[in-house]
Design a protein around this ligand. Sequence first.
Ligand SMILES: Cc1cc2nc3c(=O)[nH]c(=O)nc-3n(C[C@H](O)[C@H](O)[C@H](O)COP(=O)(O)OP(=O)(O)OC[C@H]3O[C@@H](n4cnc5c(N)ncnc54)[C@H](O)[C@@H]3O)c2cc1C
Length: 471
Amino acid sequence: MSSTMNWRSESVRGWGDSVGGTSEVLRPTDQGQIVDALADSHGPRGVALRGSGCSYGDASINPDGRVIDFTGMNRILDFDAENGIARVEPGVTIRELWCHSIGQGFWPAVVPGTQQVSVGGAASMNIHGKNNYAVGTFGDHIESLRLATPSGELLECSRKENVDIFHAVVSGFGMLGCITELELKLKKVYSGRMRVWGIPTRDLDDNLSMIEDLKDESDYLVGWIDLHAKGKALGRGEMHRAVQFKQGEDPDGESMLSPDRQDVPTTLFGVVPKGWIWPGMWLAHHLGFVPMVNWAKFQAGFGEGWKSPYPQTHGAFHFLLDYVPNWNRAFSPLIQFQPFIPHAEASRVLRRLIEMCHDANLVPYLGVLKRHRVDKFLMTHAVDGFSMAMDFYVGGASRRKAVWELTHRMAEVVLDAGGRFYYAKDATLLESSFERIHGSGAVEQFRALKDRLDPDGVLQTDLSRRLLGSE
Ligand SMILES: Cc1cc2nc3c(=O)[nH]c(=O)nc-3n(C[C@H](O)[C@H](O)[C@H](O)COP(=O)(O)OP(=O)(O)OC[C@H]3O[C@@H](n4cnc5c(N)ncnc54)[C@H](O)[C@@H]3O)c2cc1C
């Protein structure tokens, strides 16, 4: 079989560019090739599944092993424009999905901060959006999925069929089988825009209580945090709140449903190509200007507050950074640390984590706060509480060591408080954390499903070897 399959040696890295290596990569174009590839990958390092490679750390890499990359399987197979149900291949990106659906008045119910992720990767990590507290996770909007397992089965999984497998594959970080097709329910939108508010927040508790106060009357809420601010200003930032227009509320709403009106201009002030922005960001970062840039951003929030609410397209609200090409190069290599903290502990724990960064002199250049709710997926990262995504510049060997040590200490604080972590954003958790996050019952159930669907341990990544401890 392998002689006819086109495995190519390539460099495969995490999105943050802090981990990676060389792998044999295959880009299948149909389900049959996936089945053959799984059957052909029983070597010691097995095979990793990879969508768009947007996980920050080691969730979709397998140095010295194989990788099945789904970017060649990106067909939208069917779209029911009455009910907003899409049948898609796993490599379809969130961008491809909304470009197809928005003209017919539908938008993906859950989207992350970049539109480049694939629906297979989104399902596998059970991603969340800025509306997690209101509509749940990506998995809550999957009607059904088809799974090709290394044991050679093709399984239809949903809330009615293979129910336990459905709830474990969604959130199962590509360990139980390969999703070859999905049926997704999208949400109805009547306008291509939303009503958006920018609201400055004076400190961490202001941020947290603002989210609590607004969550029942907002479709989306997300807080930017200036992690460099200290003392009374610790945790200050700006909240963004969005509310969808109801039918007939936005006079230009329908014309804005055109996909080409969603994109943000590719130039700044109509002149400067946005491709030139990242070198400026790189310089500002390496000259130590991040605290000043954050201060300026915080002050600019008051101006935005004055002009709020204002209309903004779905594309601009959700994916603004996608329109600054290569922005991550300014901070790379980088990792993200995103703890999820139960509501009652959030203020104390998040404050402590920020202080720990200051004490270690390793302050993340970006902090993002979101509100979450629990879900039914086996390897869930969600809690009834808050998450704070913290982006760390990794740099060279000694800083890397210090960042890893700091995140280990921070993880202890989070786990002691009953918090969880999200593997799409992880690169540093220790094996011992896995059971503390999920509890022994869930871990046992997950390992039993792995033994049943992948008895030879074919599906592997650096993340799985780090957390499950299996070779
Ligand atoms: C700038 C940026 C912003 C982000 N914002 C958010 C956010 O707001 N919310 C959020 O939840 N996440 C966010 N993410 C993380 C991102 O949504 C997840 O990492 C997502 O899983 C990436 O999808 P992918 O297609 O790139 O998958 P990959 O990173 O390639 O893979 C992710 C996982 O899915 C598995 N997998 C991939 N395809 C399949 C398949 N067909 N079958 C089975 N398993 C498969 C892989 O093995 C891996 O474990 C962000 C990432 C970036 C870079």
